[in-house]
Design a protein around this ligand. Structure first.
Ligand code: ZN
Length: 273
């Protein structure tokens, strides 16, 4: 039983069902309230100083700040998030999915408390939990095809590779705060999939080693003439004959019946093994 299984047995009952849907509804609500001017996103962001001054709701509400891509892309984003989030909930369990998101959110809160300054705004909004959910989906279902812009089919693994690439670039050129946020928003992925990735790598290494060994063995000659040392590799057209456990190429079959001393002389003093 893995550590996760034990956690699930103990805390599984605490899992929020349909978490994906709740987050989306929260984001829709926040979108509605902010566009109508009832609240400003500034009151909902993850701001360590204000949290310490008692504005504890920020620890949760930052997850509900919708990604600010314009309504059409937001609806699309919610739709995709809904599909892949629901799939993950079904593939794992409600509890594991909850934990996956919780780790991401906690890591991001931790990162913003690290006080490296302001990360890019989209990194600490609700959109920041999308990538790790997407990465998990792509890892589990790499060959599912998405229609990009409703036209171009693309396998999810290539889309994920592209987003990983963007993250890598940000890791290299971003501010310290942005870098930390990138790490924080992917730590859940590596916690969940790291062991499996290592196992797969080892399995690949083992298979390569096995195949290399088989290749070497396949190159070993099967027959060898005890007189001249020729093999079925150096003389592929020859038949090899055997007497008393020794092999003879066609050229030396005449020596097969001869006394051992004569054979030894022909072999230059010692039989070729
Ligand atoms: Zn020979």
């Amino acid at each position: 039983m893995t550590f996760l299984d034990r956690l699930e047995r103990r805390f599984g009952g605490l899992a929020i069902k349909n978490l994906t849907l709740w987050i989306i509804m929260g984001q829709v609500l926040v979108y509605g309230l902010t566009s109508m001017g009832f609240v400003g996103t500034g009151q909902l962001t993850m701001n360590p100083e204000l949290v310490l001054r008692g504005q504890l709701w920020r620890l949760i509400t930052f997850v509900l700040i919708p990604p600010d891509y314009g309504l059409i892309f937001m609806v699309l984003g919610w739709y995709v998030f809904f599909l892949i989030g629901r799939t993950l909930e079904g593939t794992w369990s409600e509890f594991r999915y909850n934990l996956y998101l919780l780790i991401c959110v906690l890591a991001m809160i931790g990162a913003s408390f690290a006080g490296l300054g302001e990360p890019a705004p989209y990194m600490i909004a609700g959109a920041a939990i999308f990538p790790s959910v997407f990465f998990a989906f792509a890892y589990l279902y790499p060959n599912v095809e998405f229609l990009m812009f409703f036209v171009i089919p693309a396998k999810v693994k290539w889309l994920a590779a592209f987003v990983w690439g963007m993250f890598l670039i940000q890791l290299m050129i971003g501010t310290p705060a942005t870098r930390l946020m990138i790490l924080a928003s992917t730590v859940n992925f590596f916690l969940f999939f790291g062991p499996d990735m290592l196992r797969r790598r080892k399995a690949v290494a083992r298979r390569n080693a096995f195949e290399a060994k088989q290749r070497v063995e396949a190159e070993q000659p099967f027959h060898r003439c005890c007189i001249c040392g020729a093999t079925d590799r150096t003389k592929p057209d020859d038949q090899f004959y055997y007497k008393d456990g020794r092999g003879y190429c066609e050229e030396h079959t005449a020596l097969m019946g001869q006394p051992e001393a004569e054979q030894l002389a022909a072999a230059g003093g010692a039989f070729k093994e």
